[in-house]
Design a protein around this ligand. Structure first.
Ligand code: UT7
Length: 335
């Protein structure tokens, strides 16, 4: 039988956070110049005013490395023993992104793999990393969410082009006690393949999305998963200081907060500045909010996401004493 103290020592504790965005910004005005749309429509239907878009010189691997390097540099000094990269837009079908990310960070030899779960990928990766720690495979795991979703829409499709942007975010998880600040609570995850056709991209440039139906599922699934994760952590929803929802549309996150009874000033967001960045969305928002003070040590924080698959999830943590030194603007070379 496992002693209680040993179980407590197998929790996964967030001890570093970082993010990276491509330097090139595409504004709503840039889009109205080439698509049959308006700034007013995009803002009022989605909350988005601009998105960062990577050029051909900035790959998903590059973005992942920049975000991870910041998480490692700004966090507690730990020895990373595994790498998980959540992405729907790897640079190639084979090999996976994570081994290349690990090697570029000087971590050659550690277990490293990719994970695809749409915009919920980061939460799936957190659960996977917590499992690697619980299984004694690694004492510390680098978890990256990196996507170049701007590559997925048909460039002529006004219904999807305005929604998506590129970016990456990362956290470092280390083994620790369940009562420590930063310890992940239970991670609630789910999927429903009957909705596979609602968001699908058989290849880059050919994204199809049933926006209204996805909207409805997103509100419903994120609200339900959030309640389940809060309850599994022993929290009342009224205990939640900060709601960190996946950033696809500010109307969706507003509905989720309302359904949960969480006051709007506790709902954090950055979709206006970055659009929907897929698996990067949650860690990007964590890094930005920690840097600008909207997320403070001690805040009881609930993360939730929804994405293609369909997939969804939620988890909790009390935010630790972490604040990245830089805002996540400008991935590396040409900010
Ligand atoms: O990460 C998870 C995956 N994604 C999401 O969670 C996204 C979920 N869905 C949404 O965010 C929203 O459904 C959208 C933003 C995609 C669309 O908003 P909506 O309020 O559901 O609009 P709609 O699709 O019902 O379209 C309303 C109208 C249509 O015109 P008609 O048929 O009423 O004449 C569209 O053709 O708006 C039109 N429209 C546009 N008009 C100007 C669609 N895109 C545009 C556009 N500019 N860019």
């Amino acid at each position: 039988m496992t002693a209680a103290s040993e179980v407590a020592g197998r929790a996964a504790v967030v001890c570093g956070v970082g993010a990276a965005l491509p330097p090139h910004i595409v504004t709503n005005a840039d889009l109205t110049a080439r698509l049959d749309t308006t700034d007013e429509w995009i803002r009022s239907r989605t909350g988005i005013t601009q998105r960062h878009v990577a050029g051909v010189d900035l790959s998903t691997t590059d973005l992942a490395v920049h975000a991870a390097a910041q998480a490692l540099a700004d966090g507690e000094p730990v020895t990373v023993e595994a790498v998980v990269v959540a992405t729907t837009t790897p640079d190639r079908c084979c090999p996976a992104t994570a081994p290349a990310v690990a090697t570029r960070l000087g971590l050659t030899g550690v277990p490293a793999h990719d994970l695809a779960a749409g915009c919920t990928g980061f939460l799936y990766a957190l659960a996977t990393a917590a499992g690697l720690i619980a299984a004694d495979t690694a004492q510390a795991v680098l978890v990256v969410g990196a996507d170049r979703l701007a590559t997925l829409p048909d460039p002529e499709d006004r219904t999807t082009v305005p929604l998506f942007g590129d970016g990456a975010g990362a956290v470092v998880l280390r083994r620790g006690g369940a009562d420590e600040a930063g310890a992940l609570g239970p991670v609630v995850l789910g999927s429903d393949g009957t909705g596979a056709d609602l968001i699908r991209a058989p290849r880059p440039g050919a994204l199809y999305m049933d926006g209204a139906e996805v909207f409805r599922h997103a509100v419903d699934r994120m609200s339900t998963a959030s309640r389940q994760a809060a309850s599994a952590a022993g929290w009342n929803v009224t205990d939640i200081d900060r709601l960190i929802p996946h950033q696809a549309n500010s109307r969706i996150t507003s509905f989720v907060a309302r359904q949960l009874g969480i006051p709007d000033d506790r709902r954090l967001g950055n979709v206006g500045d970055v659009g929907n960045t897929g698996a990067a969305s949650l860690p990007l928002l964590l890094a930005r909010s920690a840097a600008d003070g909207r997320l403070e040590p001690g805040h009881r924080t609930l993360l939730t996401a929804f994405g293609a698959g369909l997939t969804w999830g939620a988890t909790t943590l009390t935010w630790p004493g972490l604040s990245p030194t830089r805002r996540p603007e400008g991935a590396g070379h040409d900010r």
